[in-house]
Design a protein around this ligand. Sequence first.
Ligand code: PA5
Length: 338
Amino acid sequence: MNLIDYPRWPSLARESILNVPMDLRSIKLSIDGKVIDYSEEIDSVVITGMGGSGVVGDIINDLCWFWDCRVPIIVSKNMRLPKRLSRPLVIAISYSGNTAETIMSANEALSRGYPVIGVTTGGKLSTVLTNKGAPVVLIPKASAPRYGLPALLYPTLIILERFGVASVINELESGISGIEDALKRVDDAINLAKQLVNSVPVVWVTESRRGVGIRFKNDLNENAKYYSVVSVVPEGAHNDIAAVTTKQGGLKHVAIMGPNDYEGMYEEVLIDVLSSFGAKPIIVKLEGKTPLETEMYGVTYLGMVTLALAELLGVEPVSTEPIDRLKNLLSERRVFQV
Ligand code: PA5
């Protein structure tokens, strides 16, 4: 099976962190008379980005269910930032650096006087931020944004460490072990992919694995060009679950479970209820000794499932023509001023 950039993920993770500037906390800039001082205390972190870049925020949110993150993480997937932020650090992530929503959010953050750090391979985001004196972490390239996930995630983790938000350093290598373990499961990934053919996967995840579920859905969409839905419990157990009583053909329930999820028993009950209505959920057990290891195992393994599915369906995994067309049309019609 063609794993595209997945075999490079351990080295992408290691290389990308070398590019995080050492002096992040000593940066001070002035924009329109407002001084932005990166050494000041923050009370939240906004992670802004779309698609394969934006999922970094979801993954970090998952990790903060296990880690003692000092401030809330706000995941923003929009062209505007949430209102009424107090003292946030804004991390603007765009693999290409040319995603208008992310550039607009970064610009808005600077004009509101917030410290912004870009994580990108270059593009306009890098130019805009550099011209204003804001720091940019330049990351190594991959075949498409989603295949560069560790290069987007690992520098972001280092930024969180530098701002005292979370203690990540001791877990970084375990995250890489999670990737390596998943890479050994190609045959399992192919078997799971075979079970998804001719179905609409319904991906059940708990709040603390929301990022893994969203990433799986996104990879199904983009690699295999396949529709799927994610149901996050407990909430999904109060609405999505009701649909199981209808004999709607073609659905395939996939329940993702981590080893130490505090909602584990809840999900077991959910699976029993689904089964009692005749559904036969496929259970995917994530492996790993640390939160980061489990998370990286999950996104790598499930990503490989989507590549296997693409191969079974005879679909070319890398290109995402509708997304490109949307971006071109947004630009042509000047929807964004960037
Ligand atoms: O994975 C993909 O190709 C997409 O989801 C992109 O990540 C998304 O369109 C945003 O682009 P970028 O990551 O370059 O900001």
